[in-house]
Design a protein around this ligand. Structure first.
Ligand SMILES: Cc1cc2nc3c(=O)[nH]c(=O)nc-3n(C[C@H](O)[C@H](O)[C@H](O)COP(=O)(O)OP(=O)(O)OC[C@H]3O[C@@H](n4cnc5c(N)ncnc54)[C@H](O)[C@@H]3O)c2cc1C
Ligand code: FES
Length: 278
């Protein structure tokens, strides 16, 4: 749907120098949105910038008719977005794309690198509501990055959090993938499995491509299904311009191109060709 939605809140999260903001919008998109989908935002009132900006839907509240977006100021578009205030309207296209699969039972392990945690929040909330056990493995540069990227929201959700930072300022020192590997290994050996009574585990990951590639390899080795959320530069957001193509491969090795805006952004990890040259 193409719609104007009112800004309820557009505020800085944590320390201002990281430029991470929380944007809450009121309107009917909240009724349709699914975890992992995104909206394509017109960030200014003029034709400059011409292109919309894709931002994941971080939280969905159908009762209050609100969606929450978490975004980092990166360039011209997000800088302009940061200037919009409560009461103003933003033009959105959405909800767009194919989101994450919510497992019917078992455990859902979320693996996030830095601000890749944003699209995982709505998935965690939906899975928790459904009674699934949800664990978040989240790595970032330092404690400030995690705090400014919504750590308090995650703590309020009350899930087991396994945090890691490169400098050791929060959680374990090291990479989030090291944490995940330990859990996958324990799951494979099933004793002592962190997954109660051998419940099936499914993984959803979002972060830098190298991290998602490593998570995919580790999950496949452990026989655990994994979904990843890809980012590509987008123009139309609707599958018309072919500006956001990713390369996929099926089990027989047949290669095909997929539009991240329409066929994704969420794909099965095993089908993504991570180092495709085009
Ligand atoms: C499906 C999807 C979901 C996303 N969700 C989030 C989110 O929840 N929070 C968040 O902070 N960011 C998210 N991003 C990245 C966000 O879209 C870019 O940071 C933003 O478009 C940058 O725009 P800019 O004008 O500020 O920066 P500029 O660098 O000036 O942008 C110039 C152009 O490049 C494109 N672009 C730049 N960086 C990216 C990028 N990493 N991915 C895709 N296009 C890019 C812009 O859309 C624009 O067309 C998402 C991207 C995609 C594809
Ligand atoms: S952005 Fe146009 S096809 Fe995906």
């Amino acid at each position: 749907m193409l719609i104007d939605q009112e800004i309820v809140l557009n505020e800085i999260l944590g320390s201002a120098d990281l430029g991470i903001r929380k944007l809450v919008l009121k309107g009917p998109i909240a009724q349709q949105a699914k975890p992992g989908q995104f909206v394509h935002l017109q960030v200014g009132s003029t034709l400059d910038p011409l292109l919309r900006r894709p931002i994941s839907i971080a939280a969905i509240d159908p009762e209050c008719q609100e969606i929450t977006l978490l975004y980092k100021i990166k360039g011209k578009g997000t800088e302009l977005l940061s200037k919009a205030g409560p009461g103003q309207k933003l033009n959105l296209l959405g909800p767009l794309g194919k989101g994450f699969t919510l497992p019917a039972q078992g455990e859902l392990w979320l693996v996030a690198g830095g601000i890749g945690v944003f699209p995982l929040y709505a998935l965690a909330a939906a899975a928790k509501k459904q009674g699934l056990t949800v664990r978040l493995f989240w790595g970032g540069e330092n404690s400030s990055l995690l705090e400014c990227s919504g750590l308090a929201m995650w703590e309020e959700l009350g899930l087991p959090l396994y945090l890691s930072t490169l400098d050791g300022s929060c959680g374990k020192k090291g990479l989030v993938t090291e944490f995940l590997q330990e859990f996958l290994q324990a799951y494979r050996q099933s004793d002592p499995s962190p997954a109660a009574a051998g419940e099936p585990v499914q993984v959803a990951a979002c972060g830098p491509p190298g991290m998602m590639q490593a998570v995919t390899a580790d999950c496949l080795q452990a026989g655990v299904p994994v979904e990843v959320s890809l980012e590509e530069h987008m123009a139309c957001g609707l599958g018309a311009c072919l500006g956001c193509v990713a390369t996929l491969q099926d089990r027989q090795g047949r290669v095909r191109r997929a539009k991240v805006c329409q066929d994704g952004p969420v794909f099965r990890g095993e089908e993504v060709v991570w180092n495709a040259s085009c």
